[in-house]
Design a protein around this ligand. Structure first.
Ligand SMILES: Cc1cc2nc3c(=O)[nH]c(=O)nc-3n(C[C@H](O)[C@H](O)[C@H](O)COP(=O)(O)O)c2cc1C
Length: 273
């Protein structure tokens, strides 16, 4: 890539972040034009439905908020021990749970903040070692707090590794959360200004997921290095109106694996950084 092209792209990236709301007096979004609003969440895709428990009293939830904040960290080494269905349910609730609907069907109010309460995301899962659930691929249904089972990948570990751009550690997680964006849900309200907001919104989800995992002794790691085409194909998404762009493996962890965790950053010492 030429120096000129690098500079052009760097500037385009900076503009993308900083010019979220320029003054375009003549521009109206679809919401302002009173065009019909898209659905608040995607309809079930036809898979077998599983209810998720909503009583979290059996979980060892750390209620010391500051301790949870301080113990949050990225974990990439998982023990492979199964996790409870209630734990998965708790993670999904904390990441995307619907607490109420504003108006007839104007917006969902969830456990995470979101620009304009558009909640433009869907959550897909690769599960292995969740007690009571067959391993496989799933889609979260936030309106009913259920998951539906989707056709599995032929080789799930290979799929997870490929979908995370070769990060094979992710394939040992009990649950890999894949977040897609249903673009028009945000564009209906924010039009051409929607896209930086989507990225801001998505950070809230994984931060909640990090904290929820930490609060019950699980560990996870946000992953931006995602291969959308691979993930979209596995979950049956068109990649145009809806595309996966962010993921987070979460699994059982133990303190003894700290050294193995540190090995991911061995280069810091080796290179004297
Ligand atoms: C948006 C985002 C993308 C990330 N992508 C990756 C990734 O692709 N691979 C990875 O190993 N870690 C990834 N991480 C984890 C960061 O490397 C990690 O948060 C950082 O090293 C700080 O460590 P800590 O989370 O333990 O505080 C990502 C984190 C965020 C928030």
């Amino acid at each position: 890539m030429t120096e000129q092209e690098i500079a052009r792209r760097i500037q385009a990236g900076r503009d993308f972040i900083t010019k979220a709301f320029p003054e375009d007096a003549d521009y109206l979004t679809d919401q302002e034009l009173k065009r019909p609003q898209p659905p608040l969440a995607k309809a079930p895709m036809g898979g077998e439905l599983y209810d998720l428990p909503t009583d979290f009293s059996s979980l060892p939830i750390d209620r010391d908020f500051l301790h949870v904040i301080n113990s949050r960290k990225s974990c990439r080494v998982y023990t492979g021990e199964p996790i409870a269905l209630t734990a998965l349910s708790y993670l999904l609730w904390c990441a995307q749970g619907v607490k109420a609907v504003r108006g007839q069907r104007y917006a969902t109010l969830r456990t995470v903040a979101c620009g304009g309460a558009r909640h433009e995301f869907e959550c897909y899962l690769a599960l292995q070692g969740v007690t009571g659930l067959p391993d496989g691929l799933y889609h979260y249904l936030p309106m009913t707090h259920q998951i539906e089972r989707l056709p599995d990948a032929a080789d799930r570990a290979a799929f997870i590794t490929r979908s995370l751009c070769g990060q094979s550690w992710g394939a040992k997680a009990n649950a890999v959360f894949y977040f897609s964006c249903v673009f028009y849900r945000a564009e209906w309200r924010y039009g051409v200004y929607a896209h930086p907001v989507v990225l801001i919104d998505s950070g809230h989800i994984t931060q909640n997921l990090y904290l929820a995992a930490a609060s019950i002794g699980l560990g996870g790691c946000a992953v931006a290095a995602v291969e959308p085409a691979c993930a979209n194909a596995a979950f049956g998404l068109d990649g145009r109106e809806e595309s996966i762009f962010y993921a987070m493996p979460v699994g059982a962890v133990r303190p003894e694996d700290h050294a193995a965790e540190d090995a991911f950053y061995a280069f810091v010492k080796q290179e004297g950084l």
